[in-house]
Design a protein around this ligand. Structure first.
Ligand code: ATP
Length: 328
């Protein structure tokens, strides 16, 4: 896990407006020589930041950035500690590796990840300052069994947050992905570990694209989008949005703990992009076709096939659309 040095942070804050700053001006502000400025810029480029250097004008970021503001987030979403770091391999890995340290609702946010993950170890691309990369720790006293359906609750909390903020075309794909206009906007990864005595640790990871260049996203193996591109001309207020989501997520988790999935089923249906549509389920090597008929009380997928409606549950199942009409 890495925090930026004070100098790197000061330089980033200076460049965050996206305007050009001369080497001389930067040197003066940071109290360092021109050669040291070049070194600091090199360090920022190594984090994956795109910085233009133009002779006669100076240095500018390819786009303005809103860096994570720990004191704002702590103040706005602070019923439990909120930590912000610059670079981490994966916020979920870090939280899972230090389970005994967290309080319920505690959050870890990163500007970027070097080994962000989706399900089954698939890569999650997380460029510097372009996302909400959040892991939140939760503890369920009722144990692993009571956690069924939890990733759906997280999806509903995120989709409702974005819809309430005025973003359109938000949809959910069972069990853990958020789309906008058919392109992937966010991923959710819930990981758990049982505790002796019956309760369990839960780490909820969410990666939400806020702004990402085509180059930064060029290794992503499916159509994707970022909030900035679905609402052109509107500036995403990164810290504000993160604070609202953390509050909404904690509230949703408390409700889920008290009432289970029941209060979320209709809300899931509202966002379900494949409801009443033909899909294929991938279960290892097996492929099953049917029509999506919603979710059951535990968050299992209801799929109507030749023999009627059956429920499918489990972290290893993937859902894919199929084009042709299915006769059942
Ligand atoms: P499923 O969850 O249905 O099995 P999935 O392909 O969406 O399918 P996940 O494990 O949820 O799998 O997410 C990982 C996938 O998300 C990657 O394989 C890649 O296709 C995509 N991806 C990676 N980074 C990003 C990103 N920043 N934005 C959008 N999509 C991404």
């Amino acid at each position: 896990m890495k925090r930026l040095s004070e100098r790197q942070m000061a330089l980033l804050q200076l460049l965050a407006d996206g305007a050009f700053h001369s080497g001389e001006q930067i040197g003066e502000r940071l109290g360092i020589s021109r050669a040291a400025v070049s070194q600091q810029l090199k360090g920022l480029r190594q984090l994956g930041l795109e910085i233009f250097s133009v002779s006669g004008r100076g240095h500018a970021l390819a786009r303005p950035l809103e860096l994570l503001d720990q004191s704002y987030l702590q103040q706005q979403a602070g019923t439990a500690p909120v930590h912000c770091v610059a670079v981490v391999d994966s916020t979920n890995d870090y939280m899972m590796g230090h389970l005994a340290e967290w309080r319920k609702g505690e959050c870890l946010l990163a500007e970027s990840q070097t080994a962000g993950r989706g399900r089954r170890g698939r890569q999650w691309v997380s460029p510097f300052a372009g996302q909400m990369i959040l892991s939140l720790y939760w503890r369920l006293e009722q144990g692993l069994g009571a956690a069924m359906g939890l990733s759906l609750v997280v999806g509903v909390a995120l989709a409702e947050t974005l819809e309430a903020e005025g973003y359109g075309q938000i949809g959910l794909k069972w069990p853990n992905d958020l789309y906008a206009g058919g392109q992937k906007l966010a991923g959710i990864l819930v990981e758990m570990s049982a505790i002796a005595g019956g309760s369990c640790h839960i780490v909820i990871g969410v990666g939400l694209n806020l702004a990402m260049t085509l180059q930064q996203g060029n290794t992503i193996s499916q159509p994707w989008c970022a909030l900035e591109s679905i609402a052109p001309g509107r500036r995403v207020q990164r810290n504000r949005l993160i604070a609202i989501f953390i509050r909404n997520l904690r509230q949703a988790l408390e409700r889920f703990e008290q009432q289970g999935l029941a209060p979320f089923i209709e809300r899931w249906d509202h966002f379900d992009i494949y409801r009443d549509q033909a899909v294929e389920l991938l279960l290892g090597d097996e492929r099953l076709r049917g029509i999506v008929r919603g979710i059951d009380g535990q968050g299992g997928l209801l799929l109507e096939g030749e023999t009627g409606i059956r429920t499918y549950v489990g972290g290893e199942i993937s859902l894919r659309p199929v084009d042709e009409n299915i006769n059942i």
